[in-house]
Design a protein around this ligand. Structure first.
Ligand code: 13P
Ligand code: ZN
Length: 291
């Protein structure tokens, strides 16, 4: 089916105590792995790209390939721009078929963040595109963005309420103890903070930095209101390991073999994460509904 908006997917997931898994992809094989994995699990899914991926792969290529991948299957697929700091890039994404965008102004002072996000919301809503904002600052590495422990700060619940109301965003990324990339020790999510934010903010919440978070903690975060779960590093790692393994045969030179092995490894993780988000067969719920 054609690409869909993530709006109803995320809202319905929240109502039913589930979350929509959102996977960061970097190349053709990762797109295929996500789509095949989601199709086998009969789950809706969000495919997302960072600005770095668009520099690597080209926005037009990504748009066309994901659009075609969605047309080939009967599950709902949304295409989302992740951590975009630029208004102009967001306009390009929308022109290339993206169905939602994240404007990331978390590095800006509060007032400037609000002003940028409001401007994006006004433009995007005029053409039916949903917007994710971020308040608080998530630690770790994503693309060229590095936020160290000192710069990072957890979301203030009252500020989150104010930010959501002032900007009109459709969903909100919050910093509640996760970080981008893998963890040195075990992360400890601030569940009391999620509960407080969820009680003050009406729109669905988004969990970034889900790679490496123990399953029980992700499940609890979903129970408490996280309705979109972002996963990047946990797809990159198996891809790299599978390719290394294939290339350990000195005569291997066929990209279809080693990239194929990478794709298969990614697909297995995609299926595990879909189980974790409790969206196996959730695609059935959306059959015949306007998305
Ligand atoms: P991880 O790389 O930690 O999974 O983070 C994903 C993310 O938040 C993408 O926006
Ligand atoms: Zn993120």
């Amino acid at each position: 089916m054609p690409l869909v908006s993530s709006y109803h997917l995320i809202r319905e997931a929240r109502k039913q105590g589930k979350a929509i898994p959102a996977f960061n992809i970097h190349n053709l094989e990762m797109i295929q792995a996500v789509v095949q994995g989601a199709e086998e699990m009969n789950s809706p899914v969000i495919i997302q790209t960072t600005p770095g991926t668009l520099t690597h792969a080209g926005i037009e290529y990504v748009g066309v390939i994901v659009k075609q991948a969605a047309l080939d299957v009967r599950i709902p697929i949304a295409l989302h721009m992740d951590h975009c700091p630029s208004y102009e890039t967001i306009v390009k994404c929308i022109r290339n078929g993206y169905t939602s965008v994240m404007i990331d102004g978390a590095h800006l002072p509060y007032e400037e963040n609000v002003a940028l996000v409001k401007r994006v919301v006004e433009m995007a809503h005029a053409v039916g595109i949903q917007v994710e904002g971020e308040i608080g600052k998530i630690a770790g590495v994503e693309d060229d963005m590095f936020v160290n422990e000192l710069e990072a700060h957890l979301t203030d619940p009252e500020e989150a309420r104010q930010f959501a109301e002032e900007t009109g965003v459709d969903s909100l990324a919050v910093a509640i103890g996760t970080a981008h990339g893998m963890y040195e020790g075990e992360p400890h999510l601030d569940f009391a903070r999620i509960t407080k934010i969820d009680s003050l903010v009406e729109i669905p919440l988004v969990l970034h930095g889900a790679s490496g978070v123990p399953d029980e903690q992700v499940r609890k975060a979903i129970e408490l209101g996280m309705a979109k779960i972002n996963i990047a590093t946990e797809l990159k790692d198996p891809m790299a390991k599978a390719i290394w393994h294939s290339l350990s045969h000195p005569k291997e030179n066929d990209p279809r073999h080693y990239m194929g092995a990478g794709r298969e490894a990614v697909k297995q993780v995609v299926k595990e994460k879909i189980r974790l988000c409790d969206t196996v067969n959730f695609a059935d719920f959306f059959k015949g509904r306007q998305l």
